[in-house]
Design a protein around this ligand. Structure first.
Ligand SMILES: [Zn+2]
Ligand SMILES: [Zn+2]
Length: 546
């Protein structure tokens, strides 16, 4: 049982070895604190699953030693698991006002509003949790109130960056200056726990202000309707789009519930104050196309989001020849096929498209190499621990940091217990970590029985066999056979007949032992299906005794 003693431990339960689902623990003197509690999205290897959650078993078993959960910023990969997992941990949450507004909305939606204690901390505010002192340090990112955490511990100070970039003209919020970050470095920092997402980028991420110029250029020359898709949470981009609409003399129409929610939370936290009045969909469709700009969610190919529905004509907004769709976001790896599907549907309607490859219509929210180098120079940590990346990103950041003079680095992954001090960093243990899936309303292990069964059925199909037997073990009547997703169509009747014969033959006078008998029938029917189709369907056998 890992219990932190006179030492400072770091343990990621998510987000190290993957981009998504960030959960980090710091431990000292018998106590733990959690930084972020995010989720990740399902992919085709989890059929039927939208959300994947971290398995918190390690800290659930030690919930009595956990002092609180501190959230860096409001992206789903940092706060998304809160409504599913925080109530069971029973500890308070800490977040700055905008992030807290998003969390509050999630908790209320799940009816957990008064079950989870949420402390709203001022921007740049500080608080203590046992042996830990926390200070929010604002950094630019693609959502308002991106924050690093300066964490005071008995073994030195940690600078946990959260997600960040450098931006001289960020549009929303006031990120810390070089001088402020340098001053943190002057006081001494033991460890920099740092975002690795864009470590392969030779260039800096670039400023939000430059995106406005890029969008102005593209949209001012458009003749028809313009639709811009971006992440709802990117409120700075929404601000940019509001200004672009004004710059280009277009009325703004917002399509997507998550956009409405973000605009509301942003305004409540004091952002988007001068966001233009929006028009509803009906008005937007009645206005001359030249006067309309639509902002819609769904740029990652999400099939239920507005853009997908617009592309496939199941949305009140209709686009046609001469209209323009601007993808003001990057393609998240893994989403290329889904995005391509939408782009093909739009192309088939002769709708023009512009992505960040044709024009400067997007900047990233994560640091490229020049920004990482500056951060090392300002903070001057003794240790760099890369997080927020796949192994290849984290390994590259460790190499990059070493090449820029950082003395000690460690490449860790989810479950590795890393001692940062004394004499760190060193891996001192390994804990079980894993993934959970949200399947309907049920939370299950991602590698459990349900998902295995569903994958098998999805890949091979299902045959159900029912055989009636009398008291002597003789087959009565014909076995009943049902098929789901087995590739027999024109020859279905022939196949069913052969499968019934195979089942009856295996059942008639088969072993008395029920399990053995069912296994015999299962194998016989599966063999028949494999010979017929080359597939190995799941075969489910029921026996009825009469
Ligand atoms: Zn993130
Ligand atoms: Zn983020």
């Amino acid at each position: 049982m890992t219990k932190p003693g006179d030492e400072l431990l770091f343990l990621a339960l998510g987000g190290s070895g993957e981009i998504g689902m960030n959960v980090n623990l710091y431990g000292t003197q018998g106590k733990w604190v959690m930084v972020d509690l995010g989720l990740t999205f399902g992919d085709p290897s989890y059929p039927g699953i939208d959300l994947v959650l971290p398995d918190l078993e390690f800290i659930e078993q030690r919930a009595g030693d956990l002092l609180g959960i501190v959230l860096t910023h409001g992206h789903e990969d940092h706060i998304g698991a809160i409504p599913y997992l925080a109530a069971d941990l029973g500890v308070p949450l800490y977040a700055t006002p905008f992030t807290a507004g998003l969390i509050r909305g999630k908790l209320d939606e799940e009816g957990l509003g008064d079950k989870v204690k949420l402390h709203v901390v001022d921007n740049e505010g500080s608080f203590r949790l046992g042996p830990f002192g926390f200070t929010y340090v604002p950094l630019a990112h693609s959502i308002p109130e991106g924050n690093a955490l300066l964490i005071e511990t008995p073994y030195g100070r940690i600078f946990h960056t959260g997600d960040w970039k450098l931006d001289d003209e960020p549009l929303l919020g006031t990120p810390s200056t070089a001088a402020e970050l340098g001053a943190i470095g002057d006081e001494g920092v033991l460890a920099l726990i740092c975002d690795s997402t864009n470590v392969f980028n030779e260039e800096a991420s670039g400023s939000e202000a430059a995106v406005r110029e890029g969008l102005d250029g593209v949209i001012s020359s458009a003749r028809g309707r313009v639709l811009v898709t971006t992440f709802a949470s990117n409120a700075a981009r929404l601000q940019t789009l509001g200004e672009v609409a004004r710059d280009t003399g277009r009325k703004l129409c917002v399509a997507g519930r998550s956009l409405d929610r973000i605009i509301k939370v942003s305004k409540a936290a004091g952002y988007l104050r001068d966001f233009p009045e929006t028009v509803d969909v009906d008005t937007a469709m009645r206005l001359p196309p030249r006067e309309v700009m639509i902002v819609a969610t769904g740029g990652q190919g999400e099939w239920r989001a507005a853009l997908s529905r617009i592309a496939f004509d199941s949305h009140p907004i209709r686009l046609s020849k001469g209209d323009l769709v601007v993808f003001s976001s990057k393609q998240i790896p893994g989403n290329e096929l889904a995005i391509g599907r939408i782009q093909n549907a739009l192309a088939a309607k002769d709708i023009a498209m512009i992505t960040d490859r044709q024009a400067h219509v997007h900047v990233s929210g994560h640091p490229g190499r020049p920004e990482l180098e500056l951060m090392y120079r300002w903070i001057r940590p003794e240790i760099v621990v890369p997080v927020h990346g796949e192994i290849r990103h984290m390994a590259e950041q460790a190499r990059f940091a070493a090449s820029k003079g950082v003395g000690r680095t460690i490449v860790q992954k989810n479950g590795d217990v890393v001692r940062l001090a004394p004499d760190g960093p060193v891996k001192v243990g390994e804990e079980r970590v894993g993934r959970l899936i949200l399947d309907g309303d049920v939370i299950l292990p991602a590698d459990g029985v349900t998902m295995n069964e569903r994958r098998k059925i999805a890949n091979h199909g299902l045959i159900s066999v029912t055989v009636a037997l009398d008291s002597k073990g003789k087959v009565r009547g014909e076995p009943a056979i049902g098929l789901q997703g087995v590739p027999v169509e024109e020859d279905r009747a022939d196949f069913l007949e052969e499968a019934r014969e195979a089942a009856a033959e295996a059942a008639d006078g088969g072993p008395r032992d029920e399990a053995k008998l069912r296994e015999g029938i299962r194998l016989a029917v599966r063999r028949c299906a494999t010979q017929w189709t080359g597939k190995k369907p799941v075969v489910d056998v029921s026996l009825i005794r009469i």
